[in-house]
Design a protein around this ligand. Sequence first.
Ligand code: BT5
Length: 242
Amino acid sequence: DAIAYGLDAPDVVEYHDRLPSTNDRARNLAVEGATDVLVVAGTQTGGRGRLDRTWNSPPGGVYASLLRRPDRPPAHAPVYTLAAAVAVARACREAGVDAVIKWPNDVLMAESERKLAGVLTEMEGEADRISWLIVGVGVNVDVSGGELPATATSVRVEGGDADRRRFCQRVVETFHALDPDDVLAAWREYAATLGREVRVETPGGVVEGEAVDVEFPGALVVRTDDGERTVHAGDCEHLRPA
Ligand code: BT5
């Protein structure tokens, strides 16, 4: 099942010292018909976040995008975002840094909630099947605080093992070792969002309440004054400490 999901190891790993964006490189490869490629860059000149935001990509960070063509319906794409966040959070902990996940795609330091990493999943779907899927991760590993936004931190700043190569390897190995059926359970283990009061800006408006669970394929269940709402996409803010 890991193979149908595309969580198994890629055939090709491409390394570039510098790219505009590993997601863009992976997309070009997808358009050319390639699959099963991991694109890694030492630095990015046009790193992207969600919704046209930029991703600061100084040298020392890990910038990687995996191109797959999983035999899954397009609606399952959010599972890959959660799986990548789990892999990054686990790699951070293996590097000695206490990382947690904020729904849907942020990896944060546990106490300060400063951002260590983000995930950008992009895909093209046909009616019932993903045509290609790109899961991109950006992690502040061997990066100094001065090179990052004020709300960010890095593995090095937090005193962890900042060996970029080792970190990248840990992310990839953890990602490929994940059992697709365990992704949600693993995500819950690292989640800082569950049990918290949240404010989620969704395409359909703001949803506020207590985040109570995550549901397949990656939706957040929020208990609001008007009952439970299932949120599929949006920007989430943690309102109060747990
Ligand atoms: C994300 O977006 O968190 C997804 C970031 C994905 C980046 C990877 S790098 C490899 C691949 N290739 C790409 O071009 N992208 C992917 P979002 O949730 O929209 O968060 C973006 C926001 O995070 C920005 O608006 C900043 O506030 C903040 N930010 C920017 N750079 C950061 C950094 N290096 N560390 C922490 N926060 C950052």
